[in-house]
Design a protein around this ligand. Structure first.
Ligand SMILES: C[S@@+](CC[C@H](N)C(=O)[O-])C[C@H]1O[C@@H](n2cnc3c(N)ncnc32)[C@H](O)[C@@H]1O
Length: 196
């Protein structure tokens, strides 16, 4: 079992390599393909809100949650500066009512953490936050490249076993995460799914 990350400590000490400060290139690619149809989005585990703000800038009605109050405070400040509206909330994805159901779920680096923390509670969250036809784009660490430091990783078989009971996998492709260090680009899975 991988060690659980203390995210509050990581934000307090600034050890947040995932916080690149620019919208995810992979999210932008999928958005530009026009596949994410609908108007409401939940970005769960949104961190400091960069992607949630980008989604709001593109006209989506965005709810974005994170378990760490410091991350949500920074996200609020960034949204105010960007003059966009995002419903940012401090919430635990595994316990709190997610609202919704949403047209689109997005996570960057959260499924790959929560699957080992409590897969049953995570799947219950997915069931409640979506309805038939809802989209989910998940960006997760890829077990073909398990590095330290690096994100938690998951294999294609684990993705299929854990998520296919609830979702059709529309596209499963490899990509590289950008981080706040230009030479650190861990291999990821981009998993585009549609709720059965
Ligand atoms: C790898 S970071 C990615 C943050 C953000 N999605 C991004 O791309 O910058 C994972 C995020 O999930 C949040 N998180 C971890 N467990 C959570 C939980 N149970 N509920 C809500 N957020 C959680 C962490 O605080 C952290 O911000």
């Amino acid at each position: 079992m991988p060690e659980r990350t203390d995210f509050a400590e990581r934000y307090a000490s600034g050890k947040t390599p995932w916080d690149s400060g620019t919208p995810s290139e992979e999210l932008l690619r999928v958005l530009n393909d026009g596949k994410l149809t609908g108007s409401t989005v939940l970005d769960f585990g949104c961190g400091t809100g960069t992607n949630a703000i980008e989604l709001a800038r593109r006209g989506f009605r965005v709810t974005a949650t994170d378990i760490v109050p410091q991350a949500i405070q920074i996200a609020h400040d960034k949204a105010r500066t960007a003059a966009v509206t995002v419903d940012f909330r401090v919430a635990n994805t595994l316990r709190d009512n997610p609202g919704g159901p949403y047209d689109i779920l997005f996570d960057r680096g959260v499924y790959h953490c929560l699957r080992t923390e409590d897969l049953k509670a995570f799947r219950e969250f997915l069931r409640r936050a979506t309805r038939t036809g809802s989209w989910w784009l998940s960006l997760a660490g890829n077990s073909k490249e398990d590095t330290e430091p690096g994100p938690p990783v998951v294999s294609e078989q684990q993705i299929r076993d854990e998520l296919e009971p609830l979702f059709d996998i529309v596209e499963l492709r490899e990509f590289r995460f950008s981080t706040n260090q230009s030479d650190f680009r861990p291999l990821g899975w981009s998993i585009l799914m549609r709720r059965k």
